[in-house]
Design a protein around this ligand. Structure first.
Ligand code: NAD
Ligand code: HP7
Length: 311
């Protein structure tokens, strides 16, 4: 049984980590969140220690190690800008990490974290759950089985509508989340790299707080993409869940709708990490560089290849 800590325990995604720790037969020893609305812990790990101050949490983790109770993993579900410093704390204590996406906000941090891994002999693992989605794996197989020189024409439409709260939370602050292309888009940029290979071109055609669109060229695909959290952009056939979402990839005339099938992928990610097959720092580099470039570059005024929703 592995011993876990969890940072960001009161948030939206934390229950998926609590479930994954429990389902894989492991134990949560200690949790931390600056907010104390963490009653969710009782239905998973009622005996776990809890702190609202990082210093108290850090002392508890370090005291435990000195007394022979070193943690095996620290799971991180805090706001994006805190991932890098919190991962460094774990690594410095020789503890492996399981960190939410985006692993870091800027790519040089990947190199710094690599130095920590080497110096302290601990490993970073990430949650890249779209790589585990059955529809995405099937598509990757299809591309790999196609003639090697075939380049696919792809249209990606990724809409996950959010209420007004989103822009008022840390997710709406670029310095904390990286903005919508980073916070939500990083998933599909990683997925595109996973399916279609190395990236060759990266253009941005439109950008506001809720919507971003552009064009990407990979070894095996030309991709027109459109991402929005604005409900006004949703098509009539959007999938009606708790809130409407529409996640679609068109490859030529074929449409792959992948709005569902997400809830168990965290547990599967944990199973892979525990088996020594977690996605590490290097697997995150391309998607982090992609979103970094999307954040920093100028809008292309009259693009040649643009998503149909941009016309
Ligand atoms: P959230 O705002 O709901 O939760 C974040 C939690 O972190 C809150 O409880 C907050 O109090 C806590 N927190 C803030 N500052 C902290 C600090 N200094 N120390 C400790 N805790 C602190 O956000 P969320 O949606 O749960 O997102 C958390 C992370 O998970 C983000 O990195 C996000 O990008 C990622 N996420 C991933 C997925 C996915 O599909 N893999 C989905 C949603 C969120
Ligand atoms: N929801 C909340 O109640 N709170 C939240 O913080 C987020 C959603 P989906 P996920 O918005 O930050 C996606 O669209 O797939 C509600 C991104 N993940 O299925 O779980 C929401 O209003 C993730 O990286 O959301 O998360 C719906 O009612 C990004 O950080 C419901 O939950 C996150 O949005 C389900 O909403 C975000 C993927 O795209 C895979």
């Amino acid at each position: 049984m592995k011993k876990f800590a969890l940072i960001g325990t009161g948030g939206y995604i934390a229950p998926r980590h609590l479930n994954a720790i429990k389902y894989t037969g492991n134990e949560l020893i200690v949790a931390m969140d600056i907010n104390d609305s963490v009653g969710i812990m009782d239905s998973h790990f009622p005996d776990a220690e809890f702190f609202t101050e990082f210093e108290e949490f850090a002392a508890y983790v370090e005291d435990g190690a000195l007394k022979g109770n070193k943690l095996d993993y620290i799971s991180i579900c805090s706001p994006n800008y805190l991932h890098a410093p919190q991962m460094k704390f774990a690594l410095k204590n020789g503890i492996d990490v399981i960190c939410e996406k985006p692993l870091v906000l800027s790519s040089p941090e990947i190199d710094t974290l690599k130095l920590y891994e080497e110096k302290y002999g601990a490993k970073v693992n990430s949650i890249l759950q779209l790589r585990l989605h059955p529809s995405i794996i099937a598509l990757r197989d299809k591309v790999q089985n196609a003639p090697k020189d075939e380049v696919f024409d792809v249209e990606l439409t990724y809409m996950t509508s959010r209420g007004k709260w989103y822009l008022k939370s840390w997710k709406g602050v670029d310095e904390k989340s990286g903005g919508v292309a980073t916070n939500v888009g990083v998933h599909f940029f990683d997925m595109l790299h996973f399916i279609f290979g190395d990236i060759k071109e990266n253009e941005v055609h439109y950008k506001d707080e809720q919507t971003v669109s552009g064009y990407l060229e990979y070894e095996r695909a030309r991709v027109k993409w459109f991402l929005s959290i604005d409900a006004n952009n949703l098509p009539d056939n959007a999938v009606q869940g708790e809130k409407k979402t529409y996640r679609s990839i068109m490859i030529g005339d074929e449409e792959l709708e992948f709005s569902g099938g997400f809830t168990d992928l965290h547990t599967q990610s944990y199973e892979n990490v525990l088996a020594g097959n977690g996605y590490g720092l290097e697997e995150n580099r391309t998607a982090i560089e992609t979103v970094e470039k999307i954040r920093d570059q100028k809008i292309v005024a009259n693009p040649e290849h643009y998503h149909p929703l941009m016309s």
